[in-house]
Design a protein around this ligand. Structure first.
Ligand SMILES: [Zn+2]
Length: 165
């Protein structure tokens, strides 16, 4: 899913574990659960508008992608004290899309990227989705499916408002 969704999930996880656990378990559990949350959240991206390729000719695609990116950056600044949860809930994206993709582009002479390469964390997402969420509809090209992600975002914001100290 998108940056804003992973950021809010990381914040909610850190808030929860820092309320209910003491040192060092609050730190350890935040790191582990925030990291794992990325795979669960991404596995559900099948029921959200999430085209694998960019559509620069489509105003809807551009508006949606700018909104989720910019709101993600704003959330990072607002919730800076919860950097640990935010960092680990976004780590698979940071690793795959900035580091591994860059290395692959440089290594492969034709500039092609092999997304099934073992170095990609997101291979795990595909496995989880195929093994457990195969029954969900595939809405990645359905524009109205942004509503699903918006509902998830609102639910996460409500959770944060309720729990934030
Ligand atoms: Zn991801």
């Amino acid at each position: 899913m998108n940056l804003i969704t992973h950021v809010l999930m990381g914040v909610l996880i850190q808030i929860s574990f820092f309320i209910f656990f003491t040192f060092p378990f609050n730190f350890i559990l935040t790191i582990i659960i925030a990291f794992l949350s990325h795979f669960i959240v991404d596995a559900f991206s099948k029921i959200t508008y999430h085209t694998p390729e960019p559509h620069w000719d489509d105003k809807f695609w551009i508006s949606w992608n700018i909104s989720v990116r910019v709101s993600g950056y704003i959330a990072i600044i607002l919730f800076l004290p919860y950097y640990l949860g935010m960092l680990f809930s976004n780590l698979p994206d940071l690793w795959d899309w900035t580091i591994v993709r860059r290395i692959q582009k440089r290594r492969n002479k034709d500039g092609k990227i092999d997304y099934h390469h073992n170095n990609f964390f997101h291979r795990m997402v595909d496995i989880i989705r195929e093994k457990t969420l195969f029954w969900l509809p595939d809405w990645i090209y359905e524009k109205k499916a942004v509503i699903v992600e918006i509902i998830i975002i609102i639910a996460l914001i409500i959770g944060i408002i309720v729990l934030i100290p």
